[in-house]
Design a protein. Structure first.
Length: 288
């Protein structure tokens, strides 16, 4: 029988256990909040999953691979699977921390993006509140219901996103862009298809995707053998051809419908790409 989620809730300790789901990109194994007693010590102990602690207040130490880190509020430390660790609260200012254990196909990618690894297991966040709020959200969704399962998963992905947002700037060995050229181009193509009729700019497309204009141009040249600007013009010309062939809309109306506020500019660009003015193109389609 599979273990069911179990919530432990005391004055100083709250923990949700046994919520592991297999075959997920990212899944929660357990999480909790602990306001430790002075000198509280855990370990040596090794885990089967990845585990992140975020220190909310107080102080303590974390020992891994024969190295001890003295940590305070705002610091975080991670535990890598299969490695013995020891962590201990300060005797005068014991720490309070939240933690979440997780695994899945993308677990290492999440941590790598955040700059966390076996050799770099500690970092710092400016604001611990989002981590506390997410852990409390998971703990409040402890009951075994279909909707709570989605809530817990959503909070876990929120935590993963926060790690990336807060720590990626410290990850000097992480690539700036994590996805393939094709993936970025696909998103740009979707954006163009849905917005070509507006006066969009290439920098606007890049901002929407989350990369800079120069890198978007690199992606397009690798995948499409043309720049995004060239593709946008070509796409607009193709849409204009359809309107010229299938409607009786005036030229200035068609120009506006494919993203050109100036019909003269539209006519000039159309002719440079087709060899015919919009009017002549319509006439040639009608005759044929």
């Amino acid at each position: 029988m599979e273990p069911k989620p179990h919530l432990t809730n005391t004055a100083h300790y709250k923990c949700l256990e046994s919520v592991e789901k297999s075959q997920h990109d990212l899944y929660l194994c357990y999480c909790g909040i602990h306001h430790c007693d002075p000198g509280y010590k855990f370990g040596p102990y090794s885990r089967k999953e990845f585990l992140v602690h975020v220190i909310v207040s107080g102080k303590g130490s974390y020992t891994v691979n024969n190295q001890t880190y003295e940590l305070k509020a705002g610091d975080l430390f991670m535990i890598w699977p299969g490695i013995d660790t020891v962590y201990q609260a300060d005797s005068k200012e014991p720490w309070k921390y939240v933690w979440f254990g997780f695994n899945g196909a993308k677990a290492k990618s999440v941590l790598h993006y955040a700059g966390l690894s076996e050799s770099n297991p500690v970092s710092h966040v400016d604001d611990t509140t989002p981590y506390v709020d997410a852990i409390n959200g998971i703990l409040d969704a402890c009951q075994l219901t279909f909707s709570n399962e989605f809530k817990r998963e959503a909070y876990l992905y929120t935590l993963a996103a926060k790690l990336g947002d807060d720590l990626h700037k410290y990850a000097s060995d992480s690539p700036e862009y994590e996805y393939s050229y094709q993936t970025y181009v696909n998103h740009a193509l979707d954006y163009i298809e849905n917005n070509y009729f507006d006066n969009i700019r290439i920098s606007q497309i890049a901002d929407y995707i989350g990369i800079n204009r120069s890198y978007l141009t690199i992606c397009f040249k690798k995948v499409m053998n043309m720049s995004p600007h060239e593709y946008l013009i070509d796409y607009r010309i193709q849409q204009a051809k359809l309107l010229l062939a299938d409607t009786s809309f005036p030229i200035n109306d068609i120009a506006s419908r494919v993203g050109y506020n100036d019909s003269l500019s539209f006519s000039k660009i159309f002719k440079s790409h087709t060899g015919l003015s919009p009017k002549k193109y319509r006439e040639s389609i009608t005759k044929s």
